[in-house]
Every structure is written in structure tokens, then in C-alpha cells.
Ligand binder design. Structure first.
Ligand code: HEC
Length: 105
């Protein structure tokens, strides 16, 4: 029953789990409040954060950003961002990282 209710609740967002859909679901639930729905760093909770969340839609942001580095930051947090290692499994972190990469122009 509990599982059914859960599936019903997330069903609309989880239309297909492959190809970063899982990452998108995680992003919308946990990251967009600061990083913005469009990844531009303009989420409602970003106001007043110093330094602010980066703009993932800026091509220059992605220079020198390796997956191991980003994985580490998501796991452990940085500045005003909490670490996610208690909440997200390594697989989930990889999923959300692939989703963030889709913001790259
Ligand atoms: C409370 C607001 C907040 C939330 C929620 C949040 N972040 Fe962040 N994030 C930030 C801020 C602020 C920075 C910039 C930190 C700095 O530069 O010191 C940041 C930086 C980052 C960076 C860039 C690190 C770098 O050096 O370029 C990545 C990647 C990132 N966040 C991913 C995520 C992911 C994935 C989630 C969801 C699982 C998430 N963030 C949730 C506030 C947040």
C-alpha cells in the first residue's frame, strides 16, 4: 500500500526512469530551490546566498569541471550548499550530475 501510494505520488514526474529522468526528479525535488528550474542559479532560495549558486547554463562555468570533482562537491557540500551523501546514494548523485550536465549549452 505504502509503495503504491508512493508510486502514484511520483508517477507524473517519473515518466520513464532512463536517460536522466531519475536525475531530473531528484533535481526538481532537492536542488532547484537554489539552483533554479532552468539551472541558472536563480532558485527562490538562492536570494542572499554568498557566493550564489553557479549558472549551469553559462558555457564558461563548465571549463575544467570534471565529474569526479562535481561528484565530490555534491556529496560533501560547498559554501551554503549542504552535502548530500546522507540523502542520496552514489547512483543517485551520478543521475543528478548527468541531469545538471544537460543545462550545459
Ligand atoms: C540551499 C541551497 C542549495 C541547494 C538546495 C543545493 N545547492 Fe548546489 N550550490 C549552492 C550554492 C550556494 C553553491 C555555490 C557554493 C560556493 O561557490 O561556495 C552550490 C554549488 C553547486 C555546484 C557547483 C560546485 C562548483 O564548484 O562548481 C554543484 C554541482 C551543485 N551545487 C549541485 C547541487 C545539487 C546536485 C543539488 C541537489 C542534490 C544542490 N546543488 C542543492 C546551493 C544549493
Amino acid at each position: 500500500m505504502v509503495l503504491l501510494a508512493l508510486v502514484a505520488a511520483i508517477g507524473p514526474l517519473a515518466s520513464g526512469w532512463a536517460d536522466g529522468e531519475g536525475g531530473k526528479r531528484i533535481y526538481l525535488a532537492r536542488c532547484q530551490s537554489c539552483h533554479g528550474v532552468h539551472g541558472d542559479g536563480k532558485g527562490p532560495k538562492a536570494r542572499g546566498l554568498v557566493p550564489p549558486p553557479p549558472d549551469f547554463t553559462d558555457p564558461s562555468y563548465w571549463q575544467n569541471k570534471t565529474d569526479p570533482y562535481l561528484f565530490h562537491v555534491i556529496q560533501n557540500g560547498m559554501g551554503a550548499m549542504p552535502g548530500w551523501s546522507d540523502t542520496l546514494s552514489p547512483d543517485s548523485i551520478e543521475d543528478v550530475l548527468s541531469y545538471i550536465r544537460t543545462f550545459r549549452p
